[in-house]
Design a protein around this ligand. Structure first.
Ligand code: FAD
Ligand code: ZN
Length: 466
């Protein structure tokens, strides 16, 4: 039997796409990688995923897994050879269980993150994973990339929220590791091996995630800071005053918010002059008045000490959503402005102000006029330190000429400051060479050994990560 016939037998002919416009699967979110798939295959159950893997293994045909196709590092689209099967997990859509007493949710990999947040909320519970792509990214993609987002400082990455997995192996077998246990020291941690493996070790088909009680109230505020150093000082103040109530601490540079003003002019910007704007969120189990009083007292202390130049506290849910939309619109505004060079870096929070001062200056010396679109999860020490071509310049041309040199300058500075060149977006196709060059040889050797043990045929996502 040919591979296509075997795939049609496995999932039904209607779910094996080979013709027509397949760009929703073959073109990545950033429009930087356009691949060509041998076929797009859309299984509807774990058993069908396993059957697809067995068929591909028998024909020695590589498989690229895809969820919501929101990867920012070209991880989830096929290469241009037309020889890879694109396996979309989007039809694995079921919420299998919500156990309110155990505070867990078990759902299939293709569930869109926002739909799972909604399902938890309907039961008075919180799934504390949140990112700007949540309307289209999937649970499987979140776990395959160990996604971060805007609530990491309180709840951790996707990894910290995951208790169990169901995975289809490269042999086409199903590992049923779905468990809601908080304690389970029974040998090597296979779950943590698959989380963050970006589709190179196995296909995640379902997961059990931790939930939390919904907070009684959440207060959102913006604070203007004259410098990143002041923003770091404010983080310390917010941590000290709000404790566990601090559930979000994002920073947005002026250049980032100016791009939002240009491309999303209808979004109000309450602090339009601030060199740095902090977006912070406080959650409370004791109600709105309590949360509001704590945030206002904390900001008053910041204003008094001089670290905060101005501040606004959202007065309603609608205002709070508008403030978050400012932050979430930055990647969209950047995309609308043109191709850009993204750096998703992590540093010790204490090192961030000096890193940015020195690296901004070095970039300006070398590439006069470049725009530094710097924003991100300051509470986690994670910046999206992005570089956009000078105003009016052709983004594609700037990238073609300067991307490698810009990356070297930034990543060398990150390494010197003890940081990471990939904080939350992963390696994918974009940073594979960086990983090979910058990770220790011992670490790389261990990673290759794991890959060879779990996927000896090299079926899953070849050319990505390693
Ligand atoms: P895809 O893009 O489809 O795939 C991502 C990778 O995972 C690929 O390597 C793919 O092969 C693999 N994969 C997907 N599903 C599976 C599966 N079921 N089993 C095995 N492998 C699989 N990331 C953050 O961490 N924090 C952020 O704040 C954040 N913000 C974003 C904002 C925007 C606007 C966008 C577009 C992206 C953002 N991302 C962020 C990046 C991205 O990693 C996340 O959106 C998300 O985790 C990817 O999920 P997905 O379902 O779209 O995965
Ligand atoms: Zn981010």
């Amino acid at each position: 039997m040919t591979l296509l016939a075997a795939l049609r037998q496995a999932v039904g002919a209607a779910q094996v796409l080979t013709e027509g416009d397949l760009s929703a699967y073959e073109l990545d979110w950033r429009r930087r990688w356009r691949g060509r798939a041998l076929a797009v295959v859309r299984p509807g159950s774990t058993a069908e995923v396993a059957a697809v893997v067995r068929a591909c293994a028998a024909h020695d045909t590589p498989i690229v897994a895809q969820g919501g196709n929101t990867s920012l590092v070209g991880g989830g689209v096929p290469d241009g050879s037309g020889t890879q099967v694109l396996l979309s997990l989007q039809r694995l859509q079921r919420v299998r269980a919500i156990d309110a007493a155990n505070l867990t949710l078990t759902a299939e990999a293709g569930c869109v993150l926002q739909s799972l947040q909604d399902a938890a909320r309907a039961q008075g519970l919180l799934l504390p994973l949140s990112l700007a792509a949540e309307g289209s990214c999937t649970l499987g993609g979140n776990l395959a990339t160990n996604a971060g987002g805007t609530q990491v400082l309180r709840w951790g990455n996707a990894r910290e929220l995951c208790l169990g997995l169901e995975v289809v192996t490269a042999q086409g077998e199903v590992w049923s590791g779905l468990t809601g246990l908080r304690k389970d020291n029974t040998g090597y941690d296979l779950r943590d091996l698959y989380i963050g493996s970006e589709g190179t070790l196995g296909l995640i088909t379902a997961a059990t995630m931790k939930l939390a009680p919904l907070p009684a109230a959440t207060i959102t505020a913006l604070a203007a800071c004259a410098s990143l150093a002041d923003a770091v000082t404010l983080l310390g103040l917010a941590r000290a005053r709000l404790g566990d109530g601090l559930t979000g601490f994002e920073v947005m540079g002026r250049c980032a918010l100016d791009l939002v003003a240009r491309h999303f002019a209808a979004l109000p910007q309450p602090l339009p002059q601030a060199p740095w704007t902090v977006l912070l969120e406080c959650s409370s189990s004791e109600g709105e008045a309590h949360a509001r009083a704590r945030v206002e007292a904390m900001l008053a202390a910041g204003l008094e000490s001089g670290g905060v130049a101005d501040a606004v506290v959202a007065a309603s849910l609608a205002q709070s959503q508008a403030l978050w939309r400012l932050r979430e619109s930055i990647p969209l505004a950047q995309a609308a402005e043109g191709l850009n060079i993204k750096h998703d870096i992590a540093l010790p929070v204490s090192a961030i102000p000096d890193f940015c001062t020195a690296t901004d200056a070095a970039l300006q010396r070398r590439f006069p006029g470049v725009r530094l679109v710097n924003f991100g999860h300051l509470g986690d020490g994670n910046l999206h330190y992005n570089v956009q071509a000078p105003a009016g310049a052709d983004g594609a041309r700037f990238l073609a000429e300067h991307e490698a040199a810009v990356n070297k300058l930034v990543f060398d500075a990150v390494a010197a400051a003890g940081g990471s060149f990939s904080a939350e977006h992963g390696i994918g196709a974009l940073k594979r060479d960086e990983l090979a060059a910058r990770k220790s040889p011992v670490a790389l050797q261990l990673m290759r050994a794991i890959k060879a043990a779990l996927d000896p045929q090299g079926l899953f996502n070849p050319g990505r990560v390693l």
